[in-house]
Ligand binder design. Structure first.
Ligand code: FES
Length: 396
């Protein structure tokens, strides 16, 4: 599988303040938020359908102390550019149980609010040509230079968000493209983008097939009710979905569902190169939010790792006590708050850096492809030194 090599996929991430242009309710637990992107920042926010942004907010902790939170959300709309050079960015925020930021946003966020938004990132994009040229297709609908393709997307819950952007762009990019979407939710009231999906169906009746699966609601077809397990998926792929000759598969949802789909597809002989997946999961409890700024006392007799990292051309060195078992990211954040990260759970890839010297062990990796690992890239939020000295390069 090739590593995405587009300007939007490679760009260094940076935060800018953007104004919320509109907040629209999608379900009782989810909102769609559109940010206005002024012309002078448009270059920082061009993106490919399927990518995400991180939001940076400050909220008080239980003791009232100010604390920085970062949360990443997928972009659900196709890229637009207005005549004056400005653009916009639309994401969906679903309320997580116990999620402080998502609960606040669902209750309070309104047009006019200003938030720090990171430039878009992520590799959950089409590699078959259509989506990478989507801006051209959107601006020149008659230009069918993009190849027609056959696609299947399987999403659950808020995993539909990046799939909306992919579906809209892929179907618009070529009149010969077909897409089957399996979308699993608990009940109809939980279905995000219900109307938009129906509109898409009306617009592309021959080319877009939508299969809602409801786990806690009875549908007329029994196959579309109940948990989406391997048997149900196999049946769907053998009947309702024409699963042969698929150019790309897009899987987005919780780990269990994505893994289940990958296993089923592997058993059917689908090439790993043709499967894109994105996990929607929260960061681990020991994520940097809880550790940032935590004083790390170093006793001179104590055994330490020496961690050296380069970011934006500046190299910094820091000592990390062996017993603290800090991640490279956590250690780096103690001295440079601008070190990039978003999920802190090994999922998004924002904290990627190249290992230049020494060695590390990674707890989790849901973001890096084997080719990136072979090239020496690591997720610094998951990396712990295993040699006395470690050097990573965030610019590499
Ligand atoms: S911050 Fe998301 S993978 Fe490290």
């Amino acid at each position: 599988m090739s590593i995405p090599d587009t300007a939007a996929a490679r760009r260094r991430v940076s935060f800018h303040s953007l104004t919320v242009k509109e907040v629209r309710r999608l379900t009782e637990d989810a909102i769609e938020v559109t940010f206005a992107v002024p012309a002078q920042l448009a270059g920082h926010y061009d993106y490919l359908p399927g990518q995400y942004v991180a939001l940076r907010v400050h909220m008080p902790d239980a003791s009232g102390r100010d604390r920085e939170l970062r949360r990443s959300y997928s972009i659900c709309a196709v890229p637009v550019q207005f005549a004056d050079g400005s653009s916009e960015l639309t994401i969906a925020i679903k309320r997580d149980i116990g999620g402080e930021f998502s609960t606040w946003a669902n209750a309070e966020l309104a047009a006019g609010a200003v938030m720090d938004v990171m430039s878009p990132m992520g590799a959950f994009i089409s590699r078959k040509g259509a989506a990478s040229n989507v801006l051209n297709s959107m601006n020149h609908p008659g230009d069918l230079s993009n190849k027609a393709g056959n696609y299947v997307a399987i999403a659950a819950g808020s995993g539909i968000t990046p799939v909306m952007a992919l579906a809209r762009s892929l179907l618009a990019a070529n009149s010969g493209t077909r897409l089957d979407l399996v979308y699993a939710n608990k009940a109809t009231m939980d279905v995000m983008f219900l109307e938009e999906l129906a509109d898409l169906k009306d617009r592309y009746p021959q080319r877009f097939a939508l299969h809602h699966v409801l786990t806690r609601e009875q549908r007329i077809a029994p196959i579309l009710s109940g948990r989406l397990d391997a048997e149900k998926l196999e049946f769907l792929l053998g009947t309702a979905i024409h699963a042969e000759g698929i150019d790309e598969w897009f899987l987005c949802g919780p780990f269990e569902l994505v893994q289940l789909c990958r296993d089923v597809l592997a058993a059917r002989g689908v090439q790993r190169d043709n499967i894109r997946f994105e996990l929607f999961t929260t960061g681990r409890p020991d994520s940097p939010e809880g550790q940032r700024g935590r004083p790390v006392m170093i006793d001179s007799s104590e055994e330490t790792y020496k961690i050296r990292f380069t970011l934006d051309g500046l190299t910094t060195e820091i000592l990390s006590p062996v017993h603290a078992r800090e991640s490279v990211l956590n250690a780096a954040l103690r001295v440079r708050p601008d070190v990039p990260f978003a999920c802190a759970g090994g999922v998004c890839g924002t904290c990627r850096a190249k290992l230049v010297a020494g060695n590390v062990t990674m707890d989790e990796n849901y973001a890096l492809e084997p080719e990136e690992l072979d090239a020496g890239y690591v997720l610094t939020c998951q990396s712990h030194p295993t040699t006395p000295e470690v050097t990573v390069d965030y610019d590499g």
